[in-house]
Design a binder for this molecule. Structure first.
Ligand SMILES: Nc1ncnc2c1ncn2[C@@H]1O[C@H](COP(=O)(O)OP(=O)(O)OP(=O)(O)O)[C@@H](O)[C@H]1O
Length: 244
C-alpha cells in the first residue's frame, strides 16, 4: 500500500497510509480504536472507495485474488448454510457447479467446524453461528488475500481461538495473506506476526506485532496504561493497569 487516502464525500478518513510489502503466509493484525479507519482501509484496498495512492498487487495467479468478509454479516436471503457457502464459491465463476466445488464447500464447512449447520436456514442462526458461516463464505473461495473485518467479534472464547488457529494455519500452509481487523490485542500478540495500527486515519505504527505493541503505543493510541509481560509459559500478555 502506497500513500492511500480515502474519503466519504468531503470527509477525509484515510491519509497517506503506506505499508511495507505484505507477503503470502503472513497473518496481519489491522488494529486501532473505533472509527480509526480499518473498515475504510479494506474498502479502499478493494477499490470500493477511490482515492489517492496505489495498492500494488503482484505475483497473484487468480483473476479475483482478494476476498473480503465484511463486519456486518446481516443476512437477507432464505438460504441454507450449504447453499450460501456454495453461492459464495460460485461468485465470478461459470454457473456450472463442478464436483470440486461441492467438495470444497463440504471441506470448508468441516474445516470451520460447522458441518452440522449445513441444512439450517442462515436467517435462523445465532450471531456467532452466522459469523462462522461468513468466514466459511470467504475461505471457500480459496483467495490468495483474505481481508477479514472483526471475524471473531461474535464468537465465544473457545471459537475465537479455534478460528484464529484456522486462520494461522491457512496463512502458514496455504501461503495466503490474511489481514484481520481486530480489537483484541492479546489475540493479535498470540496469533499474528505483523500489525498495522491505524489512529485517526493514519498509520501510528506498523511492523512485527510483538515489537510494536508497547506501553507507549497503547498509551498514545488507546489511552490505556498497560504492561506487556511474558506469562509463566513465556507468552506475551497485556496487563491493563489503568485507563486515562
Ligand atoms: N459510509 C460512510 N459514510 C460516511 N462516513 C462513514 C461511512 N463509513 C464509515 N464512515 C466514517 O468513517 C470513519 C471510519 O470508519 P471505519 O468503519 O473505517 O472505522 P473502523 O476503524 O473500522 O471502526 P470500528 O473499530 O468501530 O469498526 C468513522 O468516523 C465513520 O463514521
Amino acid at each position: 500500500m502506497e500513500k492511500l487516502s480515502a474519503a466519504y464525500g468531503q470527509t477525509t478518513i484515510l491519509e497517506n497510509v503506506s505499508t511495507d510489502t505484505l507477503m503470502g503466509g503472513q497473518l496481519v493484525a489491522l488494529l486501532g480504536p473505533n472509527a480509526a479507519g480499518k473498515s475504510t482501509l479494506f474498502r479502499r484496498i478493494l477499490g470500493h472507495l477511490k482515492g489517492a495512492g496505489t495498492v500494488h498487487l503482484e505475483g497473484h495467479s487468480k483473476d479475483r485474488p482478494i476476498c473480503h468478509m465484511p463486519q456486518d454479516t446481516g443476512v437477507s436471503a432464505a438460504l441454507s448454510v450449504y447453499e450460501a457457502v456454495l453461492l459464495s464459491r460460485m461468485q465470478g465463476r461459470s454457473l456450472r457447479v463442478a464436483d470440486e466445488d461441492l467438495a470444497q464447500v463440504e471441506n470448508t464447512l468441516q474445516y470451520i467446524g460447522i458441518s452440522a449447520l449445513a441444512q439450517r436456514n442462515i436467517a435462523d442462526l445465532s450471531g456467532g453461528q452466522r459469523q462462522l458461516v461468513s468466514a466459511a463464505q470467504a475461505i471457500v473461495q480459496e483467495p490468495e488475500i483474505l481481508l477479514l473485518d472483526e471475524p471473531t467479534s461474535a464468537l465465544d472464547l473457545h471459537r475465537q481461538i479455534d478460528l484464529l488457529r484456522i486462520l494461522r494455519n491457512l496463512a502458514d500452509e496455504h501461503k495466503i495473506l490474511i489481514i484481520l481487523a481486530m480489537h483484541d490485542l492479546g489475540h493479535a500478540l498470540r496469533f499474528t506476526d505483523q500489525a498495522i495500527v491505524l489512529n485517526k486515519g493514519t498509520v501510528a505504527a506498523a511492523g512485527l506485532t510483538n515489537e510494536i505493541l508497547k506501553p507507549q503505543l497503547l498509551r498514545d493510541v488507546y489511552q490505556v496504561e498497560a504492561r506487556i509481560e511474558p506469562c509463566q509459559r513465556g507468552r506475551l500478555q497485556i496487563i491493563i493497569d489503568d485507563v486515562a
